[in-house]
Write a protein that binds this ligand. Structure first.
Ligand code: 1QQ
Ligand code: MG
Length: 570
């Protein structure tokens, strides 16, 4: 085992794997390691588990296994480190959306967390590098890192390039909205097909400020990925360089024993929320960041989002409600340029530690400056797109435990209208085609909460169709489900308690008046108390829709949206 100094040094790096590699009472384990090609010197190395969420069936994930191979090479070329790849699952929201398959989407976040925890925990990896693509992959990876609390880096698979059709830039949401345009009679069959064929040109996660790019940006701001990880496109040279940089970075984390709990502090989460607000990110950030914070026991609630939303403006003109894609920001300095600007204005905590082993401020010292003449993606604080955050937490009789609204400001901030109730999203498309949904309506989609669906699916098919049908400014939508980052319009999700738990949303009837007020942050059903009491009188909790398998287990364990939908709380 060499001299004592050397052994002591190596024991520090292989704090976990030494249980397998150094213990003389573990000969069978060591025999297994010889079988996978270990040389004598490898037994002294720190083992880095490299987990890829790569799979063939999704553009966001199709290239991740290739990235993992490059990462492994880099790790193995780093003195004292040995990389071992493993793989976990994913769900493509873009493909599952609008189907029952989407019930598995949020479930996959926790399955990813559980599977990474399981593999790394059982095999005693000293460090973790996770390579996620589609949106739930990222919080799933971070939750596992938080639970394991071993040196960890997330390397985001990167954003997709824009598609092109008839001179227009396209992205996945163009395909969702094309359905509504077709229903409204504004799109020919040929153009419908043309958009579908051209929307997504190849590998990479959905290109706008949808949930994948939102979570990647939030996690970079949190300090858990290398600078630029969130804006380096999937197929860029910079993404390859990032793969070549993780070995040196993870070695520093191992040497200095910098762990997720040292990085993911309360201040770091505030940085992440600030960046989500500035970028106009997805509502999913609320439940994912709450769940990620729980993995390291940092208290974080929906109300913290409101506090930050009250003081942080939206500066970015990204899709879905704006013009630009993440790849555009990459051309102008990426997320570090945005963070550098925010730091210079005192809006970020600069002293938070990151996976470079340095602080946020140190990382940003050499980042490019945003040029407000050259680019119109990020506006200066003096001329924001919206003076306060777009994510608003509303309470009221319809949401006693809170709800999350996405208010771009373009649709106004107050809405009152008659309810048009749908149990699940399936009949909404019919409702649009038959004219059941009219200007001024508040569409209610219920019984799709974390327990009720189960799995709290995203409602991009209905919201995309509403926008495509030209009703985006005149119809509001509330739900106990959630939204994809591609959703825009006047929308409120995460309604807690959900219908399945007897929340008032379960008792709404067609034509009841609903008031949404994102100035005073209220969401109320304007029906008198006596009528509400009458409707509630004989209510019994419905049986779970799933009776076995993962959806059953999930429905049994999942907590409310306000609690991050975590599945590991008593
Ligand atoms: C286009 C939206 C994407 C498919 C998604 O799931 C999200 O952003 O949440
Ligand atoms: Mg999604």
């Amino acid at each position: 085992m060499g001299n004592t100094t050397k052994t002591y040094y190596r024991m520090e790096l292989n704090k976990y794997s030494k249980t397998i590699t150094q213990d003389v009472t573990q000969p069978a384990a060591q025999a297994m390691l010889y079988a996978i090609g270990f040389k004598e010197e490898d037994f002294d190395k720190a083992q880095v588990g490299i987990v890829s969420m790569g799979w063939d069936g999704n553009p966001c994930n199709m290239h991740l296994n290739d990235l993992a191979t490059v990462v492994r090479e880099n790790i193995n070329n780093t003195k004292d480190l040995l990389g071992l790849r493993f793989y976990t699952i994913g769900v493509s929201d873009g493909i599952s959306m609008g189907t029952d398959g989407m019930r598995y989407s949020l479930v996959s976040r926790d399955l990813i967390a559980d599977s990474i925890e399981t593999n790394a925990g059982a095999q005693y990896y000293d460090a973790i590098i996770a390579i996620p693509g589609c949106d739930k992959n990222m919080p799933g990876s971070i939750i596992a890192m938080g639970r394991l609390n071993r040196p960890s880096i997330m390397l985001y698979g990167g954003t997709i390039a824009p598609g092109h059709y008839k001179g227009e830039d396209l992205n996945i949401v163009s395909a969702f909205e094309a359905l509504g345009q077709k229903i409204a009679g504004n799109l020919s069959e040929a153009d419908f097909k043309g958009i579908i064929k051209s929307a997504c040109p190849g590998a990479g996660a959905c290109g706008g400020m949808y949930t994948a790019n939102t979570m990647a940006s939030a996690i970079e701001a949190l300090g858990m990925s290398l600078p630029n990880s969130s804006s380096n496109p999937a197929l860029s040279a910079e993404k390859q360089q990032e793969c070549q940089a993780v070995g040196a970075a993870i070695k520093i984390l191992l040497e200095k024993d910098i762990k997720p709990r040292d990085i993911m502090t309360r201040e770091a989460f505030e940085n992440a929320i600030t960046v989500v607000m500035v970028l106009g990110g997805s509502t999913n950030a609320v439940l994912h960041l709450i769940a990620m914070a729980k993995s390291v026991d940092v208290p974080l609630t929906q109300d913290d989002f409101q506090t930050i939303s009250d003081k942080i403006p939206v500066l970015a003109d990204f899709k879905p409600s704006g013009k630009y894609l993440m790849e555009d920001l990459h051309q102008h300095g990426g997320v570090p340029a945005v963070m550098k600007y925010l730091l210079s204005k005192g809006l970020l905590h600069g002293d938070c530690l990151t996976v470079t082993g340095k602080t946020v401020a140190e990382n940003l010292a050499d980042a490019p400056d945003l040029d407000f003449e050259q680019q119109k993606i990020i506006m200066p604080l003096e001329t924001p797109l919206k003076a306060t955050g777009h994510l608003q937490v509303l309470y009221g009789n319809l949401a006693e435990g809170g709800s999350v609204a996405k208010i771009s400001g373009k649709e106004g901030e107050r809405f009152e209208g008659p309810a048009r109730v749908f149990d699940g999203e399936k009949h909404l498309i019919e409702g649009l085609s038959s004219g059941k949904v009219k200007h001024g309506d508040v569409v209610v989609i219920r019984n799709i909460g974390p327990k009720g669906a189960p799995g709290m699916p995203e409602m991009l098919k209905p919201t995309g169709a509403i926008i495509g049908a030209g009703l985006g400014k005149s119809v509001a939508l509330i739900t106990d489900g959630r939204f994809s980052g591609g959703t825009h319009g006047f929308v409120v999700g995460h309604i807690t308690p959900e219908a399945h738990e007897g929340g008032l949303i379960a008792f709404v009837k067609d034509n009841d008046i609903i008031e949404i007020d994102a100035i005073n942050n209220t969401l109320n059903l304007k029906v008198d108390e006596a009528t509400i009491a009458e409707r509630k009188a004989n209510w019994q909790q419905p049986a779970l829709k799933a009776t076995k398998g993962i959806l059953f287990k999930y429905a049994r364990h999942v907590t409310s949206a306000a609690n991050g939908c975590v599945t590991d709380e008593a």
